[in-house]
Design a protein around this ligand. Structure first.
Ligand code: IVH
Length: 672
C-alpha cells in the first residue's frame, strides 16, 4: 500500500511539475519569442503529461496545457485589440514516424483521400473578409481570442484587401513568415546595433508582426502562405478545391500540395521534401496531412486542442554526437555572462560546429552535462547550433551540482544575478572592457551618433592603443593621435575627427539613445526626450514621472534613475556637455503642448469626423497621455467616435469608465 501511494504521489507531483514547465515553455515561445525547449522535448513532455492525466483524470482540468493551445496574446496594453475568433484556432497533433502516421490513418474512414502539404514555420494568422473586404487579421492568441494585427498585415505584399467575388463572410488562414534572406538581413542589422538576435525566422516573424510601427513591419519584408478556408455556404466539396478557388481569387495559397491515396505515397512526399525544402525561400519544419473531403472532416471533428482530420509530421532535426571539452564564459556587450560549450569539431548540416551556446546557468544544470561528457548537438529551426542532451538521453535530465563562475573573467568583478532573471551579469559597466567597448560601439553606431569612419574595428584599435576608455574620450581625440596608427592615413584620420565634430549636431533624442541606458532603445528614447526636453529635466525625474511616458515601465524607469545616481556617469555627461553634445531639444521635434492628460491611459474607439485616429493618437501623446489598445480598470477614459465596437462599449460600461466624444475631447485639450 505504502508503495502504491508513493508512486501515485510521485506521479502527481511530476504532473504538476510538467504542467508548470510546459506553461513556462509556451510563454517563452509564443510571447517572448525566446524558445527554451526543442519542439521534440516539448512534445515528449506533453505526451507524458497526457499519460499522467489519463491515469489521474482529476488532474485534467480545462486550464491544463494538454487542453488548450499555447497563447501568443500580448499584454492587454500591447496596442492591438483582442477579438474573439469566429471558429477557434487550434493547433495540430504532432507525429514523428511512419508508425504514428499509420496509426492516425487507421482512425479515418476507409478510403479517404489525404492531402500532404508543407508545414510552414511562422505564426498563424486568420484573415477575415466581410463583403469582400479585409476587415480583421487575428493571431492565434489563446485559440479563443487573438490580437487584431490588421494594420501590419496590410503591409504584406500579395494579401488582397478586396476581392469582389467573395461570399459575404469569408475567412482564410495561413502562416506569416519572414523569408530566410530577410531574416539574415535583419539579424545582421541587429548585430550591428547590438540588439539581441532572433533565434530563427519564426521568432523574427512573430516579433515583427507584434511591432507597433507598420512602416517598420513593411521594411522587414514579411510574406504569407495560406492553407485553410473557413466560412459558411462555401463552394467546393474538398479542401483542395477550396484552396484552388482561393488561388484563382488571388490569395497567396501555399504551393506544393499532393493528394495521396496511401501511406506509401505520404512517405514518399515526406522523403522528397525533407531534402527539397532546403531550397525554399521560407522555413518549413514538417508536413501537414489533412483529410481532403470536407464532409469527412466534419464527421471526424475535433478534440479540445486539435482537429482529428489533420496531423503534422515533424522533420527530424539534424544532430551529431561529440565531446564537450570545456565550458568557457563570454562577457557580452551588456555585461551578460554566457556559458559556451567548446566541442570537438563535428560536421552538421554542411558546417563544422565547435562551439554552442549554453544560454545560462539553469540550462546547463537542467541538461545535466559536465566537461568531458558526450553530448548531442543539433541544428534545427535555429541557426545557432545547440546542445540538446547527453549521449544517454535526449533532452533535459537530472540537475547537476554545476557551479557557475562567481567573478567576471574579463575584469574580476563579483557577478550578480537579479531575482527572476536567468542571466548572471557583470555589474562593472564602466570598468569592464567588453562592456566599455560595447558602449563605445553603440555610441558611434548609425542609429545613435552616426560617427563617420568609426566602427567596431576602429574602436578596437583605439582601445588597444589606450586612446579611448569611454564615450567622452572620443571628443579629446586629435588628428595626430590617429594619423600615426596602423592603416590610417591623414585622410581617414580627418574623416574620423570631422565625424566626431558632426556628432555635436545630433539631436537630444538620439543622444539619449546613444548614451546607452539599459533598456532605453531608440523609440523609447524618442518618447522620453519628447517629454523631458533636456538632460537636466531628465536627471531629476522620478520613477513615477518616468512611467507616465508611453512604453516606459517600472524597470526602465529604475534603470534611468540608477544611471543618474552614478558619479562616473555624471562625470562623463559633464565632459560630453563641455564638448558641445546636444543635451537640449532643439524645438524642431514635436512639442509637448500641455500636461492636461499626464499619466492617463486613453482608449480610442470608433470613427471620427474632425481628425483621423492617428491624429488623435498623436494629440493624446502631445498632451501627456498614453494611447492604449484595450479597456481595463486602468483606463482613464475612452475617446468614443461613431460606431464604437459593442464589445468595447459593454466593457467600458461594466467597469464604469467614462466615454467622451470628439467635441468634448477637443475642448478638454483646448483645441477647437
Ligand atoms: S492546418 C485546425 N496547414 O502549424 C488546424 N497548419 O503546429 C489548421 N501550420 O497552428 C492548421 N503549415 O500555424 C495547417 N499547411 C499547414 C500548416 C499549418 C503550418 C501551422 C499552423 C498551426 C501549426 C500547428
Amino acid at each position: 500500500m505504502g508503495d502504491l501511494f508513493d508512486i501515485e504521489s510521485q506521479e502527481r507531483a511530476e504532473a504538476v511539475r510538467l504542467r508548470a514547465e510546459l506553461e513556462d515553455a509556451n510563454y517563452k515561445y509564443y510571447v517572448l519569442n525566446q524558445p527554451t525547449l526543442s519542439d521534440r522535448d516539448f512534445d515528449m513532455k506533453m505526451k507524458r503529461l497526457e499519460a499522467l492525466e489519463a491515469r489521474y483524470p482529476d488532474l485534467r482540468t480545462t486550464d491544463s496545457p494538454t487542453q488548450k493551445v499555447g497563447s501568443d496574446l500580448g499584454k492587454k496594453a500591447s496596442g492591438f485589440e483582442q477579438v474573439a475568433h469566429r471558429y477557434p484556432m487550434l493547433s495540430l497533433a504532432n507525429s514523428y514516424s511512419r508508425e504514428e502516421i499509420e496509426d492516425w490513418v487507421r482512425h479515418l474512414p476507409a478510403g479517404v483521400e489525404i492531402v500532404a502539404e508543407l508545414k510552414y514555420d511562422g505564426l498563424s494568422i486568420s484573415l477575415h473578409y466581410e463583403q469582400g473586404r479585409l476587415v480583421r487579421a487575428l493571431t492565434r492568441g489563446d485559440g479563443v481570442r487573438g490580437d487584431d494585427v490588421l494594420r501590419n498585415i496590410r503591409t504584406i505584399a500579395g494579401i488582397p484587401t478586396y476581392v469582389a467575388e467573395l461570399p459575404d463572410y469569408y475567412e482564410i488562414r495561413g502562416e506569416v513568415l519572414l523569408p530566410w534572406e530577410a531574416f539574415e538581413r535583419l539579424n545582421k542589422e541587429r548585430e550591428e546595433q547590438e540588439e539581441p538576435l532572433f533565434a530563427n525566422p519564426r521568432n523574427a516573424a512573430s516579433g515583427t508582426l507584434k511591432l507597433l510601427s507598420p512602416a517598420e513591419v513593411a521594411r522587414r519584408g514579411l510574406t504569407c502562405r495560406l492553407y485553410h478556408v473557413l466560412g459558411e455556404d462555401l463552394k467546393g466539396e474538398t479542401h483542395t478545391e477550396r484552396l484552388e478557388q482561393a488561388r484563382r481569387w488571388g490569395f497567396p495559397v501555399s504551393e506544393n500540395m499532393q493528394v495521396c491515396q496511401s501511406v506509401d505515397e505520404v512517405m514518399a512526399f515526406i522523403a522528397r521534401w525533407d531534402t527539397e525544402r532546403k531550397m525554399l525561400p521560407v522555413a518549413t519544419d514538417g508536413i501537414v496531412l489533412k483529410v481532403n473531403s470536407i464532409a469527412a472532416q466534419q464527421e471526424l471533428g475535433f478534440t479540445a486542442k486539435t482537429p482529428r482530420w489533420a496531423i503534422a509530421y515533424k522533420f527530424p532535426a539534424e544532430r551529431q554526437l561529440t565531446t564537450l571539452r570545456k565550458i568557457t564564459y563570454q562577457v557580452g556587450r551588456t555585461g551578460v555572462i554566457t556559458p559556451v560549450a567548446n566541442l570537438d569539431p563535428v560536421q552538421l548540416s554542411g558546417t563544422v560546429v565547435q562551439r554552442a551556446t549554453l544560454h545560462n546557468e539553469d540550462f546547463v544544470r537542467q541538461l545535466g552535462i559536465r566537461e568531458g561528457d558526450k553530448v548531442w548537438v543539433e541544428k534545427g529551426g535555429e541557426i545557432i547550433p545547440k546542445i540538446v542532451g547527453k549521449e544517454e538521453a535526449y533532452g533535459l535530465q537530472q540537475e547537476t551540482d554545476y557551479q557557475f563562475i562567481t567573478h567576471c573573467p574579463e575584469c574580476g568583478a563579483a557577478l550578480v544575478r537579479a531575482e527572476g532573471e536567468a542571466a548572471w551579469r557583470c555589474p562593472n559597466e564602466n570598468g569592464c572592457p567588453p562592456q566599455q567597448k560595447g558602449k563605445l560601439e553603440h555610441y558611434v553606431s548609425r542609429k545613435a551618433m552616426n560617427m563617420d569612419g568609426l566602427g567596431e574595428e576602429t574602436i578596437d584599435l583605439l582601445w588597444e592603443k589606450g586612446l579611448v576608455r569611454n564615450i567622452a574620450d572620443l571628443y579629446d581625440l586629435k588628428e595626430s593621435d590617429l594619423s600615426g596608427l596602423e592603416g590610417f592615413g591623414q585622410k581617414s584620420a580627418q574623416r574620423i575627427i570631422s565625424g566626431i565634430e558632426d556628432s555635436k549636431q545630433v539631436p537630444w533624442e538620439r543622444v539619449l539613445f546613444a548614451i546607452g541606458i539599459r533598456m532605453v532603445g531608440e523609440t523609447t528614447a524618442k518618447k522620453i526626450a519628447r517629454k523631458f526636453r533636456s538632460l537636466q529635466a531628465l536627471q531629476w525625474a522620478t520613477v513615477e514621472q518616468l512611467t507616465a511616458v508611453e512604453d516606459v515601465g517600472e524597470q526602465i524607469a529604475q534603470n534611468i534613475v540608477a544611471f543618474f545616481e552614478r558619479e562616473d556617469n555624471l562625470g562623463m555627461l559633464l565632459r560630453l556637455q563641455e564638448a558641445g553634445v546636444q543635451f537640449t531639444a532643439s524645438g524642431e521635434e514635436e512639442e509637448v503642448l500641455s500636461h492636461e492628460l499626464d499619466g492617463m491611459s486613453i482608449v480610442i474607439s470608433g470613427v471620427f469626423e474632425k481628425h483621423s485616429r492617428d491624429e488623435y493618437k498623436a494629440m493624446i501623446e502631445r498632451h501627456g497621455g498614453k494611447n492604449v489598445g484595450s479597456i481595463s480598470k486602468k483606463t482613464s477614459f475612452v475617446l468614443a467616435g461613431a460606431n464604437m465596437g459593442p464589445e468595447k462599449r459593454k466593457k467600458a460600461e461594466a467597469l464604469g469608465i467614462e466615454m467622451i466624444d470628439e467635441a468634448a475631447f477637443l475642448e478638454r485639450i483646448g483645441d477647437e
